[in-house]
Design a protein around this ligand. Structure first.
Ligand code: TRP
Length: 337
């Protein structure tokens, strides 16, 4: 049996937070231990340049994300863990794909359409104001990430489904022109993956600036949890767990029986101060061992670098011969030996 290749990328523009952890990192790390799949996980640093022109931030984020995944026990003997920019064949493939991608397809990309809509609503004369070619053609770079390793399955958030469909379109077009080189990838949406609310009750997201970093030191973690917005109900009043941010976070970490107990405490009128204390203690004890490893790794960046280089070597065992085949297919080759 050939193993299914699963692949996903993490854009290196932020610090991993609790929402990233439960929604993406935790399931990916669990999958890295499954001997029946062949996982590819990478730091999407070229993607970072699309929205972030701060070199220090991109560098720091790459370090933090790599340290996080390693500290959480990513199995790098099974998973290929690499930095996109260490695999230059991806960029080369991006151009080959760019040349078979209809501009009209890119016109329909959500991220681009949202930027145009915002300009129009703001009364801008130029609907493309602030839109770089990077943003416009970003789905092609993402298609190259996926097709380079002929991934079968791509675990992503709902906002990325369209990009996977575009990757399929682009792969189909290339295959039609040049022969069957690419697998058509499928998006995998994990309906069980929790979506966490953030400090202000909206979805936890770096764009809302309401996140709780996963490996925040203990004192700061306590402070942030104390800042989570709650309603003004008093201790003793029965409370609704379903609309409570504290509960949504607790539930993403605790076992079903622990969750059932806390649900009862809500019915019995637990006070917000006490619930915040319980939540802090719970998360803190859960993340503490990985946080220690994270801090040690952050002090030893050469160890992280080494892991990423080994990952890139494994990735290039595939990408180097494959790009050679693709060059041949499109007619780019030496005239004589
Ligand atoms: N665009 C993805 C995001 O913002 C990150 C990403 C880049 C990705 N390349 C990918 C995800 C390839 C899956 C496959 O979340």
């Amino acid at each position: 049996m050939t193993k299914a290749t699963i692949l996903t990328g993490i854009t290196t523009t932020g610090t991993p937070h609790l929402g990233n952890y439960v929604g993406a990192i935790r399931p990916a790390i669990a999958a890295s231990k499954d001997p029946n799949v062949s996982p590819f996980y990478f730091l999407a640093d070229y993607h970072a340049l699309i929205k972030c022109h701060e070199p220090e931030r991109v560098r720091q984020s790459s370090l933090e994300i790599a340290a996080t995944w390693l500290a959480l026990g990513l199995d790098t003997s099974n998973a290929v863990f690499y930095r996109q920019s260490d695999v230059p064949e991806i960029m080369e493939l991006t151009w080959m794909l760019t040349c078979v991608t209809a501009k009209g397809l890119m016109n329909r990309a959500h991220a681009y359409k949202a930027a145009v809509a915002e300009n129009e609503e703001g009364g801008e004369k130029d609907p493309d104001k602030g839109v770089t070619m990077g943003l416009f053609s970003y789905p092609i770079l993402m298609a190259a990430d996926i097709l380079m390793f002929n991934a079968h399955k791509v675990p992503v958030g709902k906002d990325q489904i369209q990009h996977i469909e575009m990757a399929r379109d682009i792969a189909g077009r290339f295959n039609h022109l040049y022969g069957e080189h690419f697998v058509l990838p499928e998006a995998v949406i994990d309906d069980n993956a929790a979506t966490l609310a953030g400090l202000d009750g909206r979805k936890m997201s770096k764009s809302y600036n309401n996140t709780i970093p996963l490996f925040e030191p203990e004192k700061k973690l306590r402070k942030l949890i104390n800042k989570i917005k709650t309603n003004s109900q008093e201790p003793g009043e029965p409370k609704d767990p379903e609309t409570c941010t504290l509960f949504s976070i607790y539930r993403a970490f605790a076992t079903p029986s622990e969750v059932a107990q806390i649900r009862q405490r809500y019915a019995d009128g637990i006070g917000w101060g006490e619930m915040k204390q319980i939540l802090f203690e719970y998360i803190n004890q859960q993340v503490a061992p990985a946080r220690d490893r994270y801090e040690a790794l952050m002090q030893a960046p050469e160890h992280i670098e080494q892991q990423l280089r080994e990952g890139a070597e494994k990735a290039r065992e595939i990408s180097v011969p494959f790009i050679k085949e693709l060059r041949q297919a499109v007619g780019i080759s030496r005239i004589s030996a």
